[in-house]
Design a protein around this ligand. Structure first.
Ligand SMILES: C[S@@+](CC[C@H](N)C(=O)[O-])C[C@H]1O[C@@H](n2cnc3c(N)ncnc32)[C@H](O)[C@@H]1O
Length: 393
């Protein structure tokens, strides 16, 4: 640890002053000399319940860690890191940049420069800033054990948290492309809702962040999960959120603006898509999990495709691909514009496809129908659960 110097005190004084006179933009910390994995860190201002706080994001090789402090605690925390964990700190303020660096012999040097950034961005509201469409301290995330009591994502739940954030960002973007985008009321049906991570996240985003009058229904065949989720929805005061114990194809739900099915097993994805099409939903979102119906039907493709099914592993992949391509084409044939996007990184699961279907009057339904028939003939399958549900075989 390097003893505090006048130069360090001068740097910290410039830091505090920039916050006080509202010229502070950010502070970055580098030249890591601490223990453990090397990192860099950046501190910016955020509002938490309308009170400015300092948010420090530490970037490690594979993940970012975020801590939020009151202004005084944040300044003290950063002060302790400078000259110890990090040997370089730069303050970016509208009034000018100030850099404090330490030489190999730990001699401090203070450099003042003209401002690189001339205006401070508006202070991000912690819950609503783009990078924080889902703030980790949301009460439902704590109740679902994604975050701890202090609102920090638990190390074992980082992947789930990223999946939730990514899902909400995707829905938020797609919603704007649909007719329901501007509607003050929204109904959502989530089929195969499981423990409800994404259902709670979507409800919270629509009702709390977007302030929509929404009704979200999770459909789940496991009664214990339904009981748990209904209890939690009540506890959190989520009056528009409820869960129904039902098989995907037998739900009592009749209508929906948005239908989602995320990693619902096997043909539950097809049941969800069929429900969405029949209900004339504006948006259908499905991350397929598995489908076992097609693999045994792909033994007799046209000659040109025989090489694709010669090896069992490729045959299974071919079955997954044909299943999902057929789903996408059937959605188009039903009047939906389809986008196929990556849902979560393949680092976590190979089931990373999200099929997004947006109701559209301009999609070429006949072309999609022909393409579906061609796919069927060339790959050799005779029945597909979604087509059967739509009576389109
Ligand atoms: C892998 S979990 C996914 C949960 C949640 N959608 C998510 O992505 O976090 C799949 C859930 O779908 C439910 N499920 C599977 N088949 C179903 C069906 N036919 N009807 C209703 N629920 C079903 C399972 O019980 C399980 O809870």
């Amino acid at each position: 640890m390097i003893a505090p110097t006048n130069k360090k005190s001068e740097f910290i004084a410039a830091f505090s002053e920039a916050i006080e006179n509202k010229t502070f933009i950010r502070i970055s910390l580098g030249k890591f000399r601490g223990q453990g994995e090397p990192s860099k860190a950046v501190a910016t201002l955020v509002l938490l319940k309308d009170v400015p706080h300092l948010k420090l994001v530490t970037s490690l090789a594979r993940k970012d860690e975020t801590k939020t402090f009151s202004i005084n605690d944040g300044i003290n925390h950063i002060k302790a890191k400078i000259g110890d964990t990090y040997l370089s700190a730069t303050l970016f303020a509208a009034s000018g940049d100030v850099t404090l660096t330490y030489s190999r012999k730990r001699e401090p040097q203070l450099i003042k420069n003209k401002a690189t950034l001339t205006s401070a961005p508006p202070v991000a509201e912690h819950n609503r800033a783009k990078a924080y469409l889902v703030a980790p301290d949301r009460p439902y995330l704590q109740a679902l054990q994604v975050s701890d009591g202090e609102g920090r994502v638990k190390p074992s739940m980082q992947g789930k948290y990223r999946q939730i954030c990514h899902f909400i960002e995707i829905v938020d973007g797609l919603l704007k492309e649909t007719e329901a985008g501007e509607s003050p009321t929204l109904s959502v049906v989530d089929i195969g809702s499981g423990k409800g991570y994404l259902t709670f996240a979507l409800y919270d985003h629509l009702a709390t962040a977007l302030k929509r009058d929404c009704r979200v229904t999770g459909i789940e065949m496991r009664g214990d999960l339904v009981q748990f989720c209904n209890g939690l929805a009540r506890e959190l005061g989520f009056s528009g959120l409820s869960f129904e114990a039902s098989e995907a194809g037998k739900t009592s739900a009749k209508s929906a603006d948005i239908v989602i099915a995320l990693h619902a097993c096997d043909t539950a994805t097809d049941d969800a898509m069929a429900f969405g099409i029949t209900a004339d939903a504006n948006l259908i979102l499905a991350a397929p999990c598995c489908q076992h119906e097609l693999a045994p039907q792909l033994d007799e493709p046209i000659d040109g495709l025989k090489g694709l099914i010669k090896y069992p592993l490729f045959k299974q992949r071919q079955a997954d691909l044909v299943t999902d391509a057929a789903r996408a084409l059937l959605l188009e044939a039903s009047g939906y514009k389809v986008k196929v996007i990556e849902f979560v990184s393949t680092e976590h699961t190979s089931k990373n496809i999200l099929i997004a279907a947006i109701k559209s009057a301009t999609v070429d339904r006949d072309l999609a129908r022909r393409q579906y028939q061609n796919l069927k003939t060339s790959t050799g399958f005779s029945t597909h659960h979604l087509a059967s549900q739509l009576k389109d075989d």
